[in-house]
Design a protein around this ligand. Structure first.
Ligand code: ZN
Length: 333
């Protein structure tokens, strides 16, 4: 044999991938005619079944590695949970020894549960870690508020809980709803679902707060009316963005105009509800005269000027955006 088997076998992968030079190709082919062991190796390389086997082996290795990482992560989570149990045990003993009853122990327990929801849960959860963490965090936080409320002899739990739920819902509900599968009609209206839940929670916070402060029926009605007026903006923007069938520029233009008009007149609308009289602040505007009117009968031209400028800029920007949207719509056609 003219060439060493070892050298030929080094060349085989290049030969198989057809990236070696013509000379090497000829040398390999000549050698394979004479050498049975090398021919077998070459055949193996050509065999697609062999490639498949390699692929499966590779996947097995990656799978095993992923399982190993998962097991390690779980162990870290379990260790943290174990470490958190130490202060729980110490506080349990101290609380019983000093107070002969379990009072502040539950506050420590609830605080550690909040900590665990953010450290242990994401590590030990098998799947949907984000969802599990948000769920555990919400429940443990509500438990902490309840325990503190009971311990301090207060009856503020519902006020705090409803406000916390609203805050968490505004931030996290879109992610939660996005990750879960809902029954068919709801699955296509996830945005509407989030808006509805947030709206209900907001009304809940207002009703609960006003009952808590013994504000009376009149304030409750006024509070609900002002809330409804304020909600017109987010609901209006949502309806335009989600349900109108027009291009993004036109939508942005309409939203800009609505927001500008809303900002310019929302204070007047709230004052109408509170005081029962309509007075348009913007009418005091005088761009050559900026003064914060504090005394009675002194117009506050700073506010009026800001609202006037807001209105002018938003109307201008809105019209420009709508015009650009119409132009784009025509060229797209
Ligand atoms: Zn050989």
């Amino acid at each position: 044999m003219k060439y060493e088997c070892e050298m030929i076998r080094d060349l085989l992968p290049l030969y198989h991938d057809k990236v070696c030079s013509k000379t090497s190709e000829r040398v390999v082919e000549e050698h394979l005619k004479e050498c049975v062991p090398c021919r077998e190796i070459a055949e193996k390389l050509n065999n697609t079944a062999y490639d498949e086997k390699l692929k499966i082996e590779k996947e097995n290795v990656i799978g095993a590695h992923a399982r190993k990482v998962k097991r390690k992560t779980f162990m870290v989570g379990a260790y943290i949970a174990g470490i958190l149990m130490i202060p729980v045990g110490v506080c349990l003993i101290c609380n019983i020894a000093i107070g002969h009853s379990l009072d502040w122990f539950f506050i420590v327990l609830a605080s550690l549960l909040v900590l665990a929801s953010l450290t242990v849960v994401p590590l030990v959860a098998e799947e949907k870690r984000g969802l599990c963490t948000i769920g555990a965090f919400t429940l443990s936080l509500l438990f902490l508020l309840l325990v503190c409320s009971i311990y301090s002899g207060g009856r503020w739990f519902l006020v705090a809980a409803s406000a916390v739920l609203l805050g968490l819902s505004v931030v996290f509900l879109p992610f939660v709803v996005y990750q879960i599968r809902l029954p068919k009609p709801l699955n296509e209206q996830k945005g509407l679902l989030v808006m509805t839940v947030d709206t209900i929670l907001l009304y809940g916070v207002i009703i609960i707060s006003l009952f808590y402060s013994h504000a009376g029926m009149l304030y409750l009605l006024k509070g609900l009316m002002i809330n409804t007026i304020c909600l017109l903006l987010p609901w209006g923007l949502f309806a335009i963005i989600r349900y109108t069938k027009t291009n993004g520029l036109i939508k942005a233009g309409i939203c800009t105009i609505i927001t500008g008009v809303f900002c310019a007149f929302i204070n007047d609308a709230i004052r109408l509800v509170l005081e029962g009289r309509l007075r348009l602040c913007i009418l005091d505007a005088d761009l050559s005269y900026w003064v914060m009117g504090m005394g009675a009968g002194q117009p506050n031209t700073v506010d009026a000027n800001v609202w006037l400028l807001t209105l002018i800029f938003s109307l201008t920007a809105g019209i420009v955006l709508i015009a650009a949207g119409i132009k784009k719509h025509r060229t797209d056609k």
